[in-house]
Write a protein that binds this ligand. Sequence first.
Ligand SMILES: [Mg+2]
Length: 225
Amino acid sequence: MATDKKLTVLWDIDGTLMLTGGAGIHALRVTVQRLFGVTEYPELEYHGRTDFAIVQDLFARLDLPFDRHFHDFRRHYHVQLAESLRTNRGSLLPGVPELLQEMRGDARFSLGLLTGNSREAAGLKLAAYDVAHYFDYGGYGDHHLRRDDVARDARQAALASLGPDFQPEQVVVIGDTPADISCARAIGARVVAVATGSTPLQDLKVHRPDFAVGTLRELDLSRLL
Ligand SMILES: [Mg+2]
């Protein structure tokens, strides 16, 4: 028998659930240095973007043929990321452990991921901070350039996981960048914007999220339901 319909909560990782002490960027730097001898690492934009888009950008800046090196690069990057997550310590963000616990203990919530990280990178980051068990499904940044497409994957994964319990109009995205807000809109979801990542609260508010908070300690769950 189907249980009550659920509120599907799709979480971003970096800047929302956690800060990793720059482990992802560290792993990219070390990987291009080891594989290609690159010592002058270019300035790139990371926030709210998919791993696929970032690596494509990185290769273009370094004049490396994408198709030839991408798979090998990814493999090495994931090995290095596991190492960088051990050396560059970060933390879960304020309010996150309590909120995850509260949602997990309440049958009205279903938790998934909506992240620009590749599936493997997401798994490594969640495992490093011991929160992997909270999430049942997700959309990832392995193959998409645009975050809106990751949001569509996450929505599809929620539907596949929840079946008849999935309620399309009851989806909330939690994220820390304007890209999180716009991808939530792309799937008709509400959005909680949190200023624990790269974007100040005032700048997030310009994009008119449904809720904007300084940290997730301020989020009142009863307002989401
Ligand atoms: Mg983020």
